[in-house]
Design a protein around this ligand. Sequence first.
Ligand code: DQA
Length: 146
Amino acid sequence: MKLLLLNGPNLNLLGSREPEIYGAQTLDAIVADLVKLAVAHQIELIHLQSNHEGELIDRIHQSRSEGIRGLIINPGGLTHSSVSLRDAIAAVGIPTVEVHLSNVHARESFRHISYVSGVALGQISGFGAQGYELALEALRHHLDQQ
Ligand code: DQA
């Protein structure tokens, strides 16, 4: 089974970016751990981080023809601004779990709104890097039941 992991703007800076909020782990380290978990469940995890909204949208469109069964996405700041990203997820209809390292609901009010949540199975927020593992488990469980 193939799953797609997308990380949006500024997440390439994890490790050095506001570590008191986002933790000290780099994105490479987080993804490496997640790939190990995926492999243990016979899952092929494809990862893309991009600072460009259009590149993320193109990747989502492409996933339909590649047999990707599920999407884990941390859209970064695009969470709170991108109707187009939401529309792309809705258009392909791939089961999606939204992840945030920080608890967006305990932060500034502009982070309380997510354009993605309405087209996702659910949102995991505030558990740091572990949130990606929780998302993988939730998605796996969802897809197993289909
Ligand atoms: C984030 C939360 C967003 O509000 C922020 O813009 C990010 C990271 C998180 O993982 O906590 O870039 O998605």
